[in-house]
Structure formats: C-alpha cells, structure tokens
Design a protein around this ligand. Sequence first.
Ligand SMILES: *[C@@H]1O[C@H](CO)[C@@H](O)[C@H](O)[C@H]1NC(C)=O
Ligand SMILES: *[C@@H]1O[C@H](CO)[C@@H](O)[C@H](O)[C@H]1NC(C)=O
Length: 564
Amino acid sequence: MAHWEILCFALCSYLSVAWAATLGVVHTEGGFVEGESKKLGLFGNYIDIFRGIPFAAPPKTLEDPRPHPGWDGTLEAKKFKNRCMQMTLAQTDVRGSEDCLYLNIWIPQGKRQVSTNLPVMVWIYGGAFLVGGSQGANFLNNYLYDGEEIAVRGNVIVVTVNYRLGPLGFLSTGDANLPGNYGLKDQHMAIAWVKRNIKAFGGDPENITIFGESAGSASVSLQTLTPKNKGLFKRAISQSGVGLCSWAIQKNPLAWAKKIGQNVGCPTDNTTALADCLKISDPKAVTLAYHLQLINLPAPVVLTLALSPVIDGDFLPDMPENLFANAADIDYIAGVNDMDGHIFAGIDLPAINRPLVKITADEVYNLVKGLTVDRGERGASATYNLYTQPWGDKPDQELMKKTVVDLITDYIFLVPTQWALNLHLQNARNAKTYSYLFSQPSRMPVYPRWVGADHADDLQYVFGKPFATPLGYLPKHRTVSSAMIAYWTNFARTGDPNKGYSEVPVTWPPYTTEGSYYLDINNKLKTNSVKQNLRSRYVNFWNTVYQSLPQVANFSSTEELLWS
Ligand SMILES: *[C@@H]1O[C@H](CO)[C@@H](O)[C@H](O)[C@H]1NC(C)=O
Ligand SMILES: *[C@@H]1O[C@H](CO)[C@@H](O)[C@H](O)[C@H]1NC(C)=O
C-alpha cells in the first residue's frame, strides 16, 4: 500500500467514525449493551442494530418468565441468540434452546445526529405456536424479520422478540398446576421491557405499536385483550389471525397435557404429579411428545393445532369475545390475505395444487363436515349449500378448488377477523379501526395460476424484501412493499395509516359503523382499492345463521379421533 493510501485509510476511517451517528454503548435496566453501527450506502445514513438483548431471565421449564437479574460490564449485543426450543420440520429432532428470551432492535440514525422520540414497532412472529424465531428464516444472509427496511424507510424503531413455543410455551393442565400461556407471558415481558427501556435507544415509550402475523397475529390480538398490558402500547396490527380464531384458544388443554405426559412417561391421573413430572422431564422429549400429523389426516389440519393459549382466569380471564373492553384505547388494524387458507387446503386436499387431479363434490362435503362437527349434519349441509351455490350443474375444477380455498380461508382467518373488527369498533372509545385484504398473487411457481395471496405472503412485503434482495423481485413488488411499509409505519407514528412520515398511494378510510370499508392491497393501489363489506354474505352466515344451529358436539370428539 502506498504511503498516502495508508494515510487516507487511517484518516478516512477516523472521519467516518467521527461522522457516524451511533448510540454507542446504551444503558438498560440490566446493564450496558453494545450493538453494531452500520453505514447505509456510501454517503448514507446509519443504523444501530442490537441483537440478543435479554428481556427476562433464562426461563425454568413450564414456569412463568421472571425478570433478568442484570449483568456487570458491557453485554455484546451483536449476534442473534438461539430460537426457543422447537421441533424441526421433520419433527424428529429439536432446534433452539430453553434459554431464549431475547430481543433485537433496529434504530435508524441520521448522518450526524442520533434519533430521539421515534415510534416503536414490536414484531411477534408466527408459526402455529409451534415454530419460529425473532429473526426468522435466513435466505442468503438476509433474515426474514430483519427490521432494517421498515426502520429506515418508515423512520421507526423495530424490535423483534422471542417467545416460548409448543409444549414448553403452551402446555397446560387447565388448573393452577400448569396454568399455561407461558409464550404469551414471554411476549408481555418483552413488551413491558420495551416500554421501560426504549427511551435509552431513542424511542418514544408513548408511541409503541405491536404487530404480528398468523399465530403472532392472534398473539397481538390477545395482548390487546388481556388486562395485563394496560398503558403499555397504543396500537396493534393483526396480519392473518385474531384471538377469536378457533385455533387461537385451546378449550381442552388437559387432554393434550395428559397425552404429552403419557408420551414422556409421566403419571397422568393427578395433575399435580403430572405437572411436577413434566417440569423435571427432558425439555427435548416434552417438545417432541407432540406430533403434528400432516398426511392422511382424520380431520381438517386446523383442528389438530393443540398447543395454543388457554383461558387461565388470569392472563386471559375470559373468552376473547368478552375482553374487547380492554382494547378500547388501542388503535387497531386487522386484515387477511385473500387466499390465506390455500396452504391449509393443500394439506387437507392435496389435489388442490395438482392441475391433472380432480376433486369431487363428496371430498368437498367431507371437508365441510370435518369443519362443522359441532353443528352436525345440519351445519354441514347449510355450509355446503351456501358455498356450492355458484357451482351450477357442471362446475369446472378451478371453480371447485377455489371454493375449497375460500371456505378454509373464511373459516380459519377471514370470518373471525371480521368479527374482531366489529367487536373492536363497538368497544373503542377514541381508538380507530382499520380493515384490509392483501391480494398480491402468490409467487410460488409450482402453484396453479389462480392462487392469490397465500398465508404468510404478506411478510416479504412488510419486511421490505423486494428492496433488500431486489434481484428476486420485480418493480411492481417494490410498489406493494413501499405502500405497506408506508401505511404500517404511518399508523405506528400517528394512529392513522394515511398520515405520517410517508406518502401513501390512496387514502385508507377507517372501518366504521357507517361503512365497513377495507383496503384491497396489491400492486395496483388506486381509488377503487377502497371497498366495502368484505365477503359479508359468508361472514353473516358463519356469525349468525351457523351460530343459531343447535350444537350437537364439541371439538373434543375431534381430539379423540386424532388420538385413536
Ligand atoms: C407519537 O408521536 C407523534 C409524532 O411524533 C406525536 O405527535 C405524538 O404526540 C406521540 N405520542 C402519541 C401518544 O401518539
Ligand atoms: C397428587 O399428587 C400430589 C403430589 O405428587 C400428592 O401430594 C397428592 O396427594 C395427590 N392427590 C391425589 C388426589 O391423589
């Protein structure tokens, strides 16, 4: 290296350090933390990134989370920590660790000055309450839930948090021995940590929004409904899931606790003995004692999700539909993807995705029957008749397959989301309510062309992947991504998705009693993307006609079927 190069190298890096706007070491309630300061582009701004800050002590198996005792010196917060222990995709082994209660923070900085008073967005990941992690899956060193694009484009702080999963997060005996909801309590601990500490990172503790997808979305909804979060956050966004979804609450947790106890060799006739035994069992064995069946299912897959939040009389004092008064001051966005049920329909009826394989009316009827066991034959035929009305005498396969996807989308996501929007609106004081439908078609090349926005398709756009990995996307995908980030971060800043730091392509009116407006989100956002009464015929059917039919069974008959 020539002499002047060495000189420049030393000087230039000195200057760039001098110019870098960075928080450096931050003092939190547990002690000092040091993250990474990253420069964005050659003459661009900076971002501070903290990875793996503990928000609670390492948890004890099947016990409530406890505060972290703190540390001496400065904690290096530069690497993501382990995910919470969970089964692998093959369900034959586990990954992650019990010591997993950590969070990550992205803070956008100016060129010379550090930010202050930024709105804060706390992300809760999905994964059926069974899998997932605060950084998400890694593709080419780009993590799915990397907060950088949202933080920089929306000028907000992004926080992503871990919570316990599967049996270790949600197993419950339905009594005080194992009250359950450990994963929800972890999320609450993380939110409370953000409220107490985010000011030191340049955040505004009065401007916190929580957002999540799928099980994370149902979690967001439940965090707004529990009385435990009063005053901790102002706003919430549910992407495909609410506390009113059938799969969000396990009504018979003891049956599953006994089955899991039996699988690891614990006594099951006494819940005290069962709880004591499970707490000292190998956490890996407890995690693997639950197995999600994905082929030759005896019932629709949605009914087989067993390890979910429970009504414990404390964190959730009552059924979610009776708790909306607790969300009266929370601004709320809730929405679904137009084919959220597609991936589940493909598990129940694999022929959905095989153009050369036909489905029959009998198969559709059996699927309906599986979803409507609580209302017996009357429920099944009323539901089947409504959904097959557009079929005529000789329905083509595409119409039949789409009908199945609509049915599953309605049942698992869309109908409970509309119910939640209505209850939120009825209970709100000054808080606002917004509804959306995400309809950007799936990019999966193996799917038939008619497939719309599948479950989880919204994630890549909200997290700005079309910008982070531009070669994988087209300009129209950046259009969707930029609009979603604008609406989401404006909402986090002001409670109104149209007002804030970013321009939006079209004004999204609130959901009100005068007009059940929703925004249809895709790459062609324009005035006529504002629509009304989302699938109201089907929503009315499920929420009134269907509910009024006599109940003939409860879903524990499905559980017996599964365990037989
Ligand atoms: C949130 O931030 C906005 C914009 O910076 C500010 O006007 C508002 O007062 C803050 N607090 C709340 C509770 O909205
Ligand atoms: C249940 O087990 C606990 C602890 O193993 C024991 O103290 C208690 O007496 C048992 N209760 C019954 C009803 O058998």
